[in-house]
Design a protein around this ligand. Structure first.
Ligand code: P6P
Length: 332
């Protein structure tokens, strides 16, 4: 009897009943994300060898020079998600506005997807991990009509599923449908994601703080005070903590999910609302964090309770081990 880990496909089928409106559509959606993440893995693994490195010269809506691989990843996810006919609309960090799928085969689609197809892509050139982050909502406008902006501007507490792919020493897909968090590692020799991290729990305490201290002087006093606390000695709480900042949100989040820790990108004079986007970075990671026993706030309120008013809205972001985020909030 060969005892092998469950594949993602088998897991999805086994947990079909966990999905609200278990119509199989969400399963299909996750399968298209699974396919796209394998294709992106292939592109990333050869990035150093082909000319997709180097900026495409085009600036994205964030005013950031778009790396060619950003474009490639965006196209790969767009095509995989569109082809299954499951979603009626898609919003992406790499696109100014959302796009609507209103052909015949999308007419009965119930879901919309928001995605950051390749977060941390500036790390590609130096061979550092990057990630994809996705968030799935049930549409709020009537099925059968074209999706509208309000389908995308839902608070994070309305997500039906969320997850990320981290393209690191291995490719891992981690997601939740509101029934806990599970992690799958790509077995490249057979091209399947296998359940490697069942029921992931974020330690409620940790010793790692993750922030760009290069912005220290630009932070509000409360944030400076919390960083000073992290760096201050206290044998009772294992301080000073260890600083770890990869410059790739998904990688910093993933490490904290496994080992405990806090990641924060606060507001500052260089970023009045922080740098991270509420809809396709903070909300999905906040959903995952809470499902794993962690916490995510903007320094004052739950990320998941924020009512978005703009597609590319930025918010200050504190996410990670529950006790660490709670402690940080006392300084804000
Ligand atoms: P900074 C990457 O651009 C990103 O969105 C996150 O992945 C990362 O944590 C952060 O920005 C890094 O930003 O300003 O510290 O370089």
């Amino acid at each position: 009897m060969i005892n092998r880990p469950q594949t993602l496909g088998e897991f999805i089928i086994d947990h079909q009943r966990d999905f609200n409106y278990a119509s199989g559509e969400l399963s299909q959606l996750l399968s298209s994300i699974r396919l796209a993440s394998k294709i992106v893995t292939r592109e990333i693994r050869k990035a150093g060898l082909t000319d997709i490195l180097g900026a495409s010269g085009v600036e994205n809506v964030q005013g950031e020079v778009q790396m060619k691989l950003d474009d490639v990843a965006n196209e790969i996810f767009l095509k995989a998600l569109k082809n299954r006919g499951i979603i009626c609309g898609l919003a992406s960090e790499e696109m100014d506005s959302y796009i609507i799928f209103d052909e015949e085969k999308h007419a009965e689609s119930k879901y919309v997807v928001l995605i950051d197809p390749l977060d941390g892509s500036s790390n590609i050139d130096v061979n550092v991990s990057v990630g994809t982050i996705f968030s799935i909502y049930r549409r709020v406008t009537p099925v059968g009509q074209p999706a509208e902006l309000k389908d995308f501007l839902q608070p994070g507490n309305q997500q039906v599923a969320a997850g990320y792919v981290v393209y690191g020493s291995s490719t891992m897909l981690v997601y939740t449908t509101g029934n806990g968090v599970n992690g799958f590692t790509l077995e490249p020799s057979i091209g399947t994601f296998q359940l490697s991290h069942p029921n992931m729990q974020m330690p409620v305490d940790g010793k790692i703080y993750s922030v760009n201290t290069g912005n220290y002087l630009k932070f509000p006093d409360g944030v400076k005070a919390y960083i000073d606390y992290c760096q201050d000695k206290d044998p009772d709480t294992n301080r000073p903590y260890t600083g770890r900042y990869i410059g790739s949100l998904v990688s910093d989040f993933h490490r904290n999910l496994l080992k405990g820790g806090i990641y924060f990108y606060p507001e500052g004079t260089n970023a009045p609302n922080g740098k991270l986007r509420l809809l396709y970075e903070c909300n999905p990671l906040a959903f995952l964090a809470e499902q794993a026993g962690g916490l995510a706030t903007d320094g004052h309120q739950r990320i998941l309770d924020i009512q978005p008013d703009e597609l590319h809205q930025r918010v200050p972001f504190f996410v990670g081990s529950k006790h660490m985020v709670e402690k940080a909030m006392t300084f804000m």
